[in-house]
Design a protein around this ligand. Structure first.
Ligand SMILES: Nc1ncnc2c1ncn2[C@@H]1O[C@H](COP(=O)(O)OP(=O)(O)OP(=O)(O)O)[C@@H](O)[C@H]1O
Length: 255
């Protein structure tokens, strides 16, 4: 499945951990303004592949990436790529909410400050407010912005992490099982938020939960044993998959 103007492209991407190959020659286009879900059984390489999209694998010494990945046509693994800048453009939200042990305000203000996005204190306050509003957290925290981010509930912490990602104006948001540590109510809130954010960012979400993929995404990629088996409109993947392996997975035959 290709797009006229994909936000990101991966061509023949393989990832190795030492001698072990975790991702095998994956080629995929990530569309702008839509949610793409990566699904597949545990250990199939979804998270590893997701992390190649903002070079998060660089932080794992044993990991080696081959192939080409581009953001708006620009090779993100080129020598001239500023990785700090890249990770602002391609933000990430992790499985376990990981706010900094700082105030709610500082959690959101940190990125815009280091990226020089705010000249005055009032600019920074406006960015923090806007980001928290977009992340659906403002009403709950507006009277306690100086409280620690780690004092919030798990679901609130995850929305804080989303606000933190949004604050630096990303183009892509990668989410690695963002609801797996949350209860059903907090999960529903994050899913609503993903629906609200769609259209403003290219969103890629790794999820174990097929119902979640069906609810939140427009495109779904099914991974198995490090390979991208099938990539199509979410409806097609869940109602009329072309590959037997996809069908077996979505009908619960393994996983
Ligand atoms: N830091 C690492 N060092 C070595 N091997 C790793 C590392 N991270 C992942 N792997 C291995 O790479 C393979 C793919 O793992 P990955 O976490 O990407 O899969 P996944 O599909 O996201 O699985 P899950 O849904 O369980 O998180 C697995 O065999 C895993 O054990």
């Amino acid at each position: 499945m290709t797009f006229a103007q994909p936000k990101m492209t991966a061509r023949d991407v393989s990832v190795f951990y030492g001698p072990k190959q975790a991702v095998k020659s994956v080629t995929i286009d990530v569309p702008t303004d839509e949610v793409t879900a990566f699904i597949g059984p545990s250990g199939c390489g979804k998270s590893t592949f997701l992390r190649t999209l903002n070079r998060m694998n660089d932080t794992i010494p044993a990991a080696r990436v081959e192939g080409q990945i581009a953001l708006d046509g620009e090779d993100i693994y080129s020598a001239g790529m500023d990785v700090v800048q890249l990770r602002a453009r391609v933000g990430m939200v992790f499985q376990k909410p990981n706010p900094f042990p700082k105030s709610i305000f500082e959690n959101v203000a940190y990125g815009p400050r280091i990226h020089g996005l705010a000249r005055h204190k009032s600019d920074l306050e406006a960015i923090v407010q806007r980001s928290l509003k977009r992340a659906g957290l403002w009403d709950e925290v507006k009277d306690r912005l100086s409280d620690s981010g780690t004092a919030l509930s798990g679901g609130q912490q995850q929305r804080l992490c989303i606000a933190r990602a949004i604050a630096v104006d990303p183009e892509v948001i990668l989410m690695d099982e963002p609801c797996s540590a949350l209860d059903p109510i907090a999960t529903a809130r994050i899913e609503e938020l993903i629906a609200e954010l769609r259209g403003n960012y290219a969103i890629v979400i790794v999820t174990h939960n097929m119902q979640q993929a069906a609810r939140v995404s427009q495109r779904t990629a099914f991974f198995h044993l490090g390979q991208l088996v099938e990539y199509d409109a979410t409806d097609t993947i869940f109602t009329a998959p072309k590959e037997a392996r996809t069908k077996d997975y979505i009908t619960g035959r393994y996983g």
